[in-house]
Design a protein around this ligand. Structure first.
Ligand code: CP
Length: 309
């Protein structure tokens, strides 16, 4: 079985193929009759150990639009609460013969671990601070549709890089497609290995946003913070929150992106989140299309290589 565990391992051709498939899925989703029969007879299980609004609902809608039977495992009311392990839970669901298992888990490597154990395709919907591949694909689709291409664009990824699986997957994908990636963050919110990630590190928004084509803001992930990574939310917004004055350093037609959920007034001002340069709602729409594309590629009997690792 083939899986999508991360952007690492995908070739530029694999990524472009998924984005092309997603463009076709956007067309299906914009029809009055949204349902196709591509995954008819297939069973998809969504197994989310962490909270989600966008990813879980878009995976559910994506499966339904492709005609699959979709089951959302409610972890909060499952036997996980009685101490059942991740592997035992997954093996139990595996015995019900799903074709695709979508997993979100707080531990890095959880999706890869399951992929070794179960007899179906596994899609990583976010594993700790490691990867969130469908988020990077939907971000790339949003950028490609707005700008026509990704190669050569200057993309500034700003904020809590340290705790962000979204940042990691986006850095891998954008570099694979030839964008120039900058990260903008205080030193307390940068991972130690950032120097090896082929990015330009900027300490101020002015430097990082200068002539940027895309400004990608990240949520301050306070639930993953154990110490004091920021002195105060007020100070964080002053230096790193996206407002009109900071956005003015980017190109006039720069896209403003945020994966959600947003902390308004912490990493982004409401007037910018809801402003004319924001493509945050487009990102959500592209999320359904990308998830349709990924599941369709994984289940495509004509494809034996590529598209997913
Ligand atoms: N962007 C994202 O993964 O959002 P959710 O946590 O709501 O799924």
């Amino acid at each position: 079985h083939r899986h999508l565990l991360g952007i690492r391992g995908l070739s530029p051709h694999d990524i472009e193929d998924l984005l092309d498939r997603a463009d076709a899925a956007v067309a299906i989703s914009r029809q009055a009759e949204k349902k196709s029969a591509i995954l008819r007879g297939r069973t998809q299980i969504n197994l989310f150990f962490e909270a989600s609004t966008r990813t879980q609902s878009s995976f559910e809608l994506a499966g339904k639009r492709l005609g699959a039977d979709v089951m959302n495992m409610s972890v909060a009311s499952s036997s996980v609460k009685k101490g059942e392990t991740l592997i035992d839970t997954a093996m139990t669901l595996n015995a019900m013969r799903p074709d695709i298992l979508i997993i979100r888990h707080q531990s890095a490597g959880a999706a890869a671990l399951l992929a070794q154990k179960v007899g179906c395709s596994v899609v990583n919907a976010g594993d700790g601070a490691h990867e969130h591949p469908t988020q990077a694909l939907l971000d790339a689709l949003t950028i490609r549709r707005a700008k026509g291409h990704i190669g050569g664009l200057v993309v500034a990824i700003c904020g809590d890089i340290l705790h962000s699986r979204v940042a990691r997957s986006n850095i891998l994908l954008l570099n694979a497609l030839g964008a120039r990636v900058r990260v903008v963050a205080p030193s307390t919110l940068l991972p130690s290995g950032i120097a090896d990630m082929s990015v330009e590190v900027c300490r101020t928004m002015q430097e990082g946003l200068k002539d940027a084509d895309v400004v990608m803001m990240l949520r301050l992930q306070r639930e993953r913070m154990t110490g004091s990574f920021v002195s105060s939310v007020r100070e964080y917004f002053h230096y790193y929150g996206l407002d009109a004055a900071k956005l003015a350093h980017a190109k006039p037609d720069a896209l403003v992106m945020h994966p959600g959920p947003m902390n308004r007034g912490v990493e982004i001002a409401s007037e910018i989140a809801d402003g004319p340069q924001s493509v945050i709602q487009e990102q959500v729409e592209m999320g359904v299309a990308v998830r349709m594309a990924v599941m369709q590629a994984l289940m495509d009997p004509r494809r034996n290589t590529g598209a997913a690792q």
